[in-house]
Design a protein around this ligand. Structure first.
Ligand code: ADP
Ligand code: MG
Length: 409
C-alpha cells in the first residue's frame, strides 16, 4: 500500500472537501463545540451545580470547584498542547451525565493541573494514591505473561461467551495527546504507523494491512464497524473532548489477515492495540496482545530512535487522554449472552454487580451503546496492578454472571 503517498496527497490537496465532497462516516454534529461559559473563560457555575445535584455526578463536576477553577483559569500546560482547564472540562460541562467528563491535551496537563486531575484520578481509580503510587513494576512482558493468569473460565461462561477482546491504550511520547493535537500531528502519527506496520514480517501471525478512513468507502467502514473492528467516530461525549477534530485525517485501522490483531490509529488515543477473537480463549488473546504491543513498540523505536516510545508518567504509568484509562490502559472484555439476567434485573443492576467485582458492564456495540440480550463485561481497574490480574478480574466476573444466568429459571 502507498500509505505515505496517500497521506501526502491528501495534505497537498488542501481542503478535504475539494477532493471527497464530504467527511466520510461523519456527522457535523460531532464537531468540537465549546460550552458558552467556557468559551468566554468563565466558570460554568450553574451547569456544574446542576451536575452535582444529578444522580450521576461526573468526576469533573465533583472536583472542578470554583476554587480549583480560579487557581488554573489562566494556566496553560507546559507541554505541546498548551492545554487549558476550560478545554479539559468541556465534556463534563456539556454532558453532566458523563462519568469522568475531562481530558488531558498532553502528558504535562496531568501535573500542571494537579489539583484538578490528581483527585479525578484518585476518585476514578479507587484505592490508588497519587502520593504513594508508582508506575507499574516489572517489564511489559512480565506483566502481560499469559501464564500468570490464574483464573479459568467456567464451562457455563464458555458456552455463553460470543467473543473476547483485550486492548491497551497507548500514546506516542513524541506527539501531543489528540485532544490537544492538530491535523498535522494526527497525519504524522498515521504516516509513522504505516512504516511500523510495513516492518511486520510477511507471513507472521500479526501481518496484515493498514486502512485509512480517508480512503475507505462508506460501505467498507460500516462493515468494519459492524464487525467490531473499527471505531465509530461519532460519540458526542468524545467529540466534546476534541477526539474527533480534523476527522477523518490521520484516522486508520490496522488489521492482521485473521482479523485478530487490530490497531486503531487516532480514534482518541494515538493507539488502541487490540487482540480479539470469537469465543473465550482469553489466554490466547492476551498472548497475542502482548506480542503485538512489543512489535509496535520495537518498530516505533527502530524508526524514530527514541527510547521511551509510549508516553509514561512516573507515578501512574501509561498516559491516556481520558483519566479512566491511565495506568495499564488495558480493558479486557468478553461479550456474554445473559438474556434472562438482563430481563429480570436490568442493565444497571448487572453493572452494580460487576462493579462489586472490580468490573463494569457496557452495551456490546461500544461504550454508551444499547443493551439487548448480551453485555460487554470488562475489568474496571486499570492501575497499580499487573495486566494479568485485571484479566483475572474479568474472568471471575464472567463466571459469576454466567452462574447467575443459570440460576434464573
Ligand atoms: P474501548 O474500551 O476499546 O474503547 P468500546 O466499548 O468503545 O471499547 O468498544 C469499542 C468496540 O470494540 C465496539 O465496536 C465494541 O463492540 C467492540 N468490542 C469490545 N469488546 C468486545 C468483545 N469482547 N468482542 C467483540 N467486540 C468487542
Ligand atoms: Mg471506546
Amino acid at each position: 500500500m502507498l500509505l505515505n503517498d496517500q497521506v501526502i496527497l491528501i495534505a497537498l490537496s488542501g481542503e478535504y472537501k475539494m477532493q471527497f465532497g464530504k467527511k466520510p462516516g461523519y456527522d457535523p454534529d460531532y464537531d468540537l463545540k465549546l460550552d458558552k461559559s467556557l468559551a468566554r473563560d468563565e466558570y460554568p457555575a450553574e451547569k456544574l451545580a446542576a451536575a452535582r445535584a444529578a444522580r450521576h455526578t461526573s468526576l469533573c463536576a465533583q472536583v472542578c470547584t470554583r476554587e480549583v477553577w480560579d487557581k488554573y483559569k489562566n494556566v496553560v500546560s507546559s507541554g505541546p498542547a498548551k492545554w487549558t482547564l476550560a478545554r479539559a472540562i468541556n465534556t463534563g460541562v456539556i454532558y453532566p451525565e458523563s462519568f469522568v467528563g475531562c481530558h488531558a491535551g498532553d502528558k504535562e496537563s496531568y501535573d500542571d493541573f494537579r489539583d484538578f486531575f490528581h483527585p479525578v484520578i484518585e476518585k476514578y481509580h479507587t484505592g490508588f494514591s497519587m502520593q504513594e503510587g508508582s508506575a507499574l513494576d516489572g517489564s511489559p512482558s512480565e506483566r502481560m505473561d499469559p501464564a500468570k493468569i490464574s483464573a479459568d473460565l467456567s464451562d457455563s461462561a464458555k458456552d455463553k461467551i460470543i467473543s473476547t477482546r483485550i486492548r491497551i491504550a497507548r500514546n506516542l511520547s513524541m506527539f501531543p495527546l489528540n485532544p490537544g493535537g492538530s491535523r498535522e500531528s494526527r497525519e504524522e502519527i498515521a504516516a509513522l504507523m504505516a512504516k511500523v506496520y510495513r516492518r511486520i514480517p510477511i507471513g507472521s501471525d500479526l501481518a496484515g494491512e493498514f486502512f485509512l478512513h480517508t480512503t475507505m468507502s462508506d460501505a467498507q467502514r460500516q462493515a468494519l464497524i459492524d464487525d467490531h473492528f473499527l471505531f465509530r467516530g461519532s460519540d458526542r461525549m468524545q467529540a466534546a473532548s476534541g477526539y474527533h477534530e480534523h476527522w477523518p485525517h490521520g484516522r486508520g485501522v490496522y488489521l492482521n489477515n485473521a482479523k485478530t490483531f487490530v490497531n486503531w490509529v487516532n480514534e482518541g488515543d494515538h493507539l488502541r492495540i487490540i487482540s480479539m477473537e470469537p469465543d473465550g480463549d482469553v489466554k490466547a488473546v492476551f498472548a497475542r496482545l502482548s506480542a503485538g504491543a512489543k512489535i509496535i513498540e520495537d518498530g516505533v523505536r527502530a524508526i524514530t530512535g527514541i527510547d521511551e516510545v509510549f508516553m509514561m508518567h512516573p507515578k501512574f504509568g501509561a498516559v491516556t487522554c481520558c483519566p479512566s484509562n491511565i495506568g495499564t490502559g488495558m480493558r479486557g472484555s468478553v461479550h456474554i449472552k445473559v438474556p434472562k439476567l438482563i430481563e429480570t434485573i436490568g442493565f444497571e443492576e448487572i453493572d452494580g454487580l460487576c462493579r462489586e467485582r472490580n468490573c463494569q458492564a457496557r452495551g456490546t456495540t461500544g461504550e454508551h451503546s444499547q443493551v439487548l440480550d448480551r453485555i460487554d463485561v470488562s475489568n474496571w481497574r486499570r492501575i497499580g496492578l499487573p495486566e494479568y490480574e485485571l484479566v483475572d478480574d474479568m474472568i471471575r466476573c464472567a463466571n459469576f454472571l454466567a452462574n447467575e444466568e443459570d440460576t434464573r429459571g
